[in-house]
Each structure stands twice: as C-alpha cells, then as structure tokens.
Design a binder for this molecule. Sequence first.
Ligand SMILES: Cc1cc2nc3c(=O)[nH]c(=O)nc-3n(C[C@H](O)[C@H](O)[C@H](O)COP(=O)(O)OP(=O)(O)OC[C@H]3O[C@@H](n4cnc5c(N)ncnc54)[C@H](O)[C@@H]3O)c2cc1C
Length: 379
Amino acid sequence: MENKLLNKVIVYGGGVVGGLASLCLKKNGFEVCQIKSDVRRTIDRAYALSPGSVDWMRDMGLRDKLFNSLYPVENIEIIRQDSKTILSADSVFQPALAYMVSEKNLMKEIQIKLSSEDIKTFPEPKEINLDNSTDEVQIKLEKETLTASLFVVCDGANSKIKEHLDIRKKIKNFNQNAIVFNFETSKNMQKNAKQYFLGDSILALLPISPRTVSVVWSCDQDIFEKLNIANDSEFILKLKSIIGNDYSEISNLSSKSNFPLTMVLNDKFFDKRVVLMGNAAHSIHPLAGQGLNLGIRDIIDFEKCLKNNRYKDIGLTGFLRRFERSRRIDTFQFSKLTSGLHWAFSRNNKFINEALIKGIKLLETKDNFKNFLIKKAIS
Ligand SMILES: Cc1cc2nc3c(=O)[nH]c(=O)nc-3n(C[C@H](O)[C@H](O)[C@H](O)COP(=O)(O)OP(=O)(O)OC[C@H]3O[C@@H](n4cnc5c(N)ncnc54)[C@H](O)[C@@H]3O)c2cc1C
C-alpha cells in the first residue's frame, strides 16, 4: 500500500457511533473523512449510557455541558408479578448504574467537537459504489472518489454498505414494537428506575429528571396495535393499570415513537478492509439498554487494539482479526442474554413463569450473583 494512504480512514455513518468513531480515530492521529446522510432526526430519545461509556467519552474531549446534563440512575427495580429484586449501584460501590442522556444533546455535542476538528464530511451517495480490495478501499461519491486504508461502517442495523460485503447476517424478529415516550409525574422519583416484565410486554421506566420519566415499552403485536390506536387517556389508563399509583399523577405525555424490534448478528466483523461497528455490527433487544453501549465498546476496543499493536496498516487482516476477537464475547453474551430474557419472559407457560418468579426471588438472596450482573452492565 502507498505510504500516503496508510493514515487515511473513511467513516460511513452519521449516528452516535459514526461520530464517536471519527473523533476517536482523529485523536489517534488518523486522517478521517466522514460520510453521512443530510437527513436530521426530528424526534429526541433518551439513552441509558453505562459508566464505562461515559468515562471513555470524557476522553474524547466533549464539552462539560454534556456531562453536566446527564441524569444518574442509582437503582433499578425488576418486577415480575408479585416478585421483585433491586439492582443497586451502592452494592458495587459505584455512584450510578447508568446515566441518562438525550440523543439530541449527545449528537449536538459530538457535532460541535467534530466541527472543531479537521474532519472532512461528505454526503451519502445515492448508490453505493464500493471497491474493497486487499490493497486499498475506495468509494465513489457524487463528485469525487475517496481512497483509504480502512473503511469503518457505522450506518446502523439496516446498513446499506453491508449488502456489498461478504458478510452473512442472521436476523431474528422479536415480533415486538417498542413505544418510546416521556411523561411527568407529581412524585419525585429520585434516581430510581423500574422495569416490569409482563407476559405480553416489557415496560422500562427511566428517570431523566426527578419528575420526568422516559419510557421504553416493548410490546407484542396485539397489545402494540391496541396501544397504537388508543387516545392519550386510554393509553394512560392502560399504563396506570400496570404501574398502579407508584408515579402518582401522570401528566404531559409526550408524542410517542415506535421501533420494530429485531436482533441482527453477523458472522464476522470485517471483510477485507471494511470493518463494522455499532448497530451495523450487532443489533439487540433494548430490554437491557445496552445497544449503544455495545457500539461504544466497539470503538473503545478498537482504540485498545491500536495502542497495543504496532500495525502501520490498520486495514490488514491481522489487525482487524485482533479487533474482531476482542469484540466476540461481549456481543455474543449480550445478544444471547437479551434474546434469552425476551424468550423466557414472553412465554405463556405456567412452569417457565414459576421458574422465573423463583429465579427473581433467589436473585434477591444471592448478592454475589446480583453484583456480577450489575458489574457486567456498567462496564
Ligand atoms: C427503543 C430503543 C431504546 C434503546 N435504548 C437504549 C439505551 O438506553 N441504551 C443503549 O445503549 N442503547 C439503546 N438502544 C440501542 C441504540 O439505539 C442503538 O444501539 C444505537 O442508536 C446505535 O447507534 P449507531 O450509530 O450504530 O446506529 P444508528 O443510530 O442507527 O445510526 C445509523 C445511521 O442512522 C442515521 N442517524 C443516526 N442518528 C441520527 C441523527 N441524530 N440524525 C440523523 N441521522 C441519524 C445516520 O444516517 C446513521 O448513519 C435502544 C434502541 C431502541 C430501539
């Protein structure tokens, strides 16, 4: 490979993972071009970021304004019928289990940092014209052709680039839709979250301020269709039938957005000089709030590989295989854990239900195992 190409990297994708990957590569001395769509998302969403993701993001030079806006979650109550267990940050001597962030704020701060760096941006082409060889990787855009040693793909679960690669994907349809919305409550919920595992849905309530709750309600098709046509008072009535009076008065219900839920797993992380990160590499059920954290850990592990290996050419198979190995266990464990939990909690089977209730009661008495689960989720 020509020496001047060795330092060039193209990042494809303008989401959180694409933005952070561009910043990280730039920080590590690469010449970065980012290709992203011009379309801006209008809806805002809240993400639960793990403490590990937040610590690493501080090193990316994002402004304090972002970190000051994060809302910590200290406890999560897991509820199945009349059994419950509390996962608590205190039990592992941590200040929080997760930090809630608004996607809009996060994207805005990433964008500000990207604009202050010397990172060239290009609009996504209408058609993908990719030439991926063992020597270099090239993409034709509307006005120019970009060439690099490595092409980092972060264009999400429905990645267009992946269609042009020799990578096989397995798709599992959960037959669920997540309804995402916020509401305000008259009671101060402090820093406590709740997650209800119901037979036909999973309801997660996460505080984003003392009196504002962000909700992800993953629903089977039947209940989704009913909720989707319900007016606000019918919707609140259904919500209250589950959460009871825990949140006192509910007001200011926001508009709702829906996300069909699927799991996408690939047989590999890279093909020649193209590597996948974020949802393009793995997409999981949101019940553990780990999808974006997994994507951030892709970048963290890529950076570790950069620092621990003296590869001049990071598009070489040897380097990319090391990266792939570093990500296999984490992505496998979380995709199995989330799809397994989804499977178990959505069975309409008396014996499985009794086992789950016993399991939750047992968890309440086994601090070591509970703390192991907490440590895994906050990494
Ligand atoms: C209901 C739900 C709740 C979730 N909650 C959590 C959570 O609490 N914690 C967690 O870690 N993960 C959560 N996830 C997973 C998380 O949303 C994804 O893992 C994450 O968004 C993947 O980021 P990405 O950059 O790889 O892909 P995407 O965000 O899908 O980005 C891919 C492409 O989408 C476009 N795009 C993305 N963002 C923008 C934008 N702001 N403006 C314009 N274009 C954009 C760009 O074209 C980009 O190239 C949740 C997912 C769902 C469905």
